[in-house]
Design a protein. Sequence first.
Length: 43
Amino acid sequence: MSGSVKLNKKEPTAESASSSNHNVFLARYCDVEKSNYMKKLLD
């Protein structure tokens, strides 16, 4: 687990953890929106 801490280069805080989770949620949401948009174009 020490390797993952080095990658962060910051102290892991609850704020950074929640913001990264939010980014993951946004990425998934954007992927869904994109796939829905492509389906509309193909129809």
